[in-house]
Design a protein around this ligand. Structure first.
Ligand SMILES: Cc1cc2nc3c(=O)[nH]c(=O)nc-3n(C[C@H](O)[C@H](O)[C@H](O)COP(=O)(O)OP(=O)(O)OC[C@H]3O[C@@H](n4cnc5c(N)ncnc54)[C@H](O)[C@@H]3O)c2cc1C
Length: 508
């Protein structure tokens, strides 16, 4: 628990009792040079969530006059200068739901995005590798014949989004704005009451340290926050300071990512130019493989699998890796398991995985719904990330709020993590806006209640659904669970209104 401070007790004690009770501490020496720089909102973390919040606050005429600061360990200059050729794509790509996109449009960030690098898709094919039962999500049941098919989600490189948010923030000018990049938060503690100055005893005061990288100006050593926002990822120092507990577990799985070129255009016949996302659950290998579309006939991979399989896949030559990915969408589970156990080729020229795939494909009935073959993997794009579940017990504490991965981390099988973060940011920025409009203190716990009430349950529901799907699709074989989940998929696939409901929920 954070210690109860003098100002937290203030409403319950009359001024004379207060001065008697705290006389000793009052004199506890705050010289003028120890007064930290005071901000209305300090956001720790310049990932998509932190920058999203800052951009939203700067975009609103109500909150744009607040004095705000952002602290980020990484060099944001590199993020601003991020640039890749049109046929190269970052391997960290997220599917943004229409809700996230419309929020980014509303705060004026979308127009700063390189949209030619983003790829909307209108259809999603999901099937069970064990039983072959399937479900197809598209908006055809929801749109009229004269309407364009609606977008399921838009694939966007995280770096493209971060650059757009930085550029939106820069466009808002630098009045009342401080960005401390290459700067880390080394500690956070409650401040103290400063004689003849502000009473900061219930305000978080952050000690900042430069990471040593070159920067034009040194950050201040201490800053105080009326409201401190933790957008500082899974190991959030802000969450630790606020003493907010998390529950969660490690999935003992890794998400293998990579960027591919495709052998042929996506076969979606109508309307021309629409794209499809593909996901096949592979229960015996630890999780699903997903291939999601990128512009110019490219695609990005998220293959959730065991730590051993991830290490094996990453150790393969590009040709063998491509063969494994093509196999994962086409071969039966026993064939695929056999290939996952093959000796690593002794040299990059040995084509054992490719020949094995070619031979096995001749003996495998072909499913018409598989994606085009991947035929090239971008150099340096194969990587893996540990998959974890975490959920904070609350998102607020006096003068503290958590957003994004600092508040919740979920399995990526439904591509929702960053979208939940955008939902948090939309809710917290409107909570702050409401407080300013109504003359409330933006850091007061009563102000912040609205934010946690709006977001905690929604995030718990979506994180829980992803966790259940992960567990359900990790039971190998053809037993009753496989039968039950197949039946479930087939039933949903035949009920357009249930599918529509699921899609609207996924849309955010
Ligand atoms: C394989 C994989 C695929 C995914 N696919 C999708 C998808 O398709 N769709 C989707 O919505 N989500 C997806 N996600 C989830 C998504 O990537 C994350 O939810 C999102 O990036 C989290 O953003 P964030 O800003 O909350 O946190 P982060 O991106 O972790 O940012 C936290 C920031 O805080 C900074 N920081 C930390 N500590 C300090 C400190 N002491 N001082 C200063 N700065 C600090 C860090 O440097 C970092 O920049 C995926 C995740 C994985 C692993």
């Amino acid at each position: 628990m954070r210690p109860i401070t003098r100002s937290a007790l203030r409403p319950y004690l009359c001024p004379s009792c207060r001065s008697g009770r705290f006389a000793g501490r009052r004199t506890f020496g705050s010289k003028t040079d120890q007064i930290p720089d005071v901000y209305d909102v300090v956001c720790v973390g310049g990932g998509p969530a932190g920058l999203g919040l800052l951009a939203a606050l700067r975009a609103s005429p109500v909150t744009s006059k607040l004095r705000v600061a952002l602290v980020e360990t990484q060099d944001l200059k590199k993020a601003r200068a991020w640039n890749l050729d049109s046929d190269q794509f970052s391997n960290r790509v997220s599917s943004l739901t229409p809700s996230s996109v419309s929020f980014l449009q509303k705060i004026g960030a979308w127009e700063h995005l390189a949209t030619e690098r983003a790829q909307p898709y209108q259809e999603m094919k999901v099937w069970d590798g064990e039983t072959d039962s399937r479900i197809t999500f598209d908006w055809s049941s929801e749109t009229t014949p004269f309407e364009d098919l609606r977008t399921v989600a838009t694939m966007t490189e995280n770096a493209n989004l971060v650059r757009a948010l930085l550029s939106r923030i820069a466009a808002s000018g630098d009045e009342n704005l401080s960005i401390f990049s290459n700067t880390t938060v080394s500690s956070i503690e409650n401040g103290s009451e400063i004689p003849d100055g502000p009473d900061l005893s219930a305000w978080p005061v952050l000690s900042l340290a430069s990471t040593g990288a070159a920067q034009s100006s040194q950050p201040p050593t201490r800053i105080a926050a009326r409201l401190l926002v933790g957008a500082d990822g899974i190991n959030s120092p802000v969450r630790r300071f606020a003493d907010i507990a998390t529950e969660g577990w490690d999935y003992n799985r890794h998400g293998v990512v990579a960027t591919f070129s495709l052998s042929e255009p996506d076969p979606a016949p109508f309307p021309v130019g629409t794209r499809t996302a593909y996901q096949r659950f592979l229960p015996s290998l630890g999780g699903p493989i997903a291939l999601l579309p990128l512009p110019n006939n490219h695609a990005t991979l998220v293959w959730s699998t065991t730590v051993e399989n991830a290490a094996y896949l990453k150790s393969l030559s590009p040709k063998a890796f491509l063969a494994m990915v093509n196999a994962a969408f086409r071969l039966s589970m026993p064939d695929l398991k056999y290939m996952m156990g093959m000796e690593r080729p002794a040299s990059d020229f040995e084509a054992s995985h490719e020949s094995e795939l070619t031979w096995r494909l001749q003996h495998t009935p072909q499913n018409p719904h598989t994606p085009p073959m991947v035929n090239g993997v971008q150099e340096g794009s194969v990587a893996s990330f540990p998959l974890r579940f975490r959920h904070a017990s609350t998102y607020i504490s006096p003068r503290v709020a958590l957003v994004g991965d600092a508040a919740h981390v979920i399995h990526p099988l439904a591509g929702q993590g960053l979208n939940l973060g955008m939902g948090d940011v939309a809710s917290l920025s409107s909570t702050i806006e409401y407080a300013v409009t109504h003359g409330m203190d933006v850091g007061d716990i009563l102000t912040l209640e609205r934010y946690t009430a709006e977001r905690w349950g929604v995030n718990a529901k979506i994180g829980g659904v992803c966790d259940t799907l992960h567990k359900l699709y990790n039971v190998p074989g053809q037993g009753p669970i496989a039968w039950g989940r197949s039946l479930g998929l087939e039933v949903i696939d035949r009920l357009p209104f249930v599918k529509g409901f699921l899609m609207k929920n996924a849309e955010g």
